[in-house]
Design a protein around this ligand. Structure first.
Ligand SMILES: [Zn+2]
Length: 115
């Protein structure tokens, strides 16, 4: 297979590989860099995230609120006939939804719904 490189068509195959490498390295240098920040997803514990209001990284403050999962467990327990235990899901943080607030500006940053 013969590779045509326009101006470099009469260069040996070994040199063509080197030229291609130089070309792609130069392409990487002139292309704009995309900076992304990868953080762990926010769930039921405080996590580090970027506050769009403060424009800085913060460790979120969490607040638990009764959500759909607590109601579903309550209904399930009630259907099973355990009337005394039906309010337990409303007392467990592991059944509640979680709101993540910025500790600096107190704005809501993320709402983690379990269902
Ligand atoms: Zn903030």
């Amino acid at each position: 297979m013969k590779i045509k490189l326009g101006l470099f068509s009469n260069v040996s195959p070994c040199s063509k590989g080197v030229l291609l490498q130089i070309f792609f390295n130069a392409l990487l240098l002139i292309s704009p860099f995309i900076v992304t920040q990868v953080t762990a997803p926010l769930r039921d514990t405080p996590g580090v995230t970027f506050c769009v209001y403060c424009q800085k990284n913060v460790l979120t403050r969490t607040s638990f609120e009764i959500g759909a999962m607590a109601w579903v467990f309550c209904g399930g327990i009630t259907l099973l006939g355990c009337w005394l235990c039906m309010c337990i899901p409303f007392c467990l943080d592991s059944c509640k939804d979680v709101k993540h607030y910025c500790p600096s500006c107190n704005n809501l940053l993320y709402f983690y719904r379990r269902m």
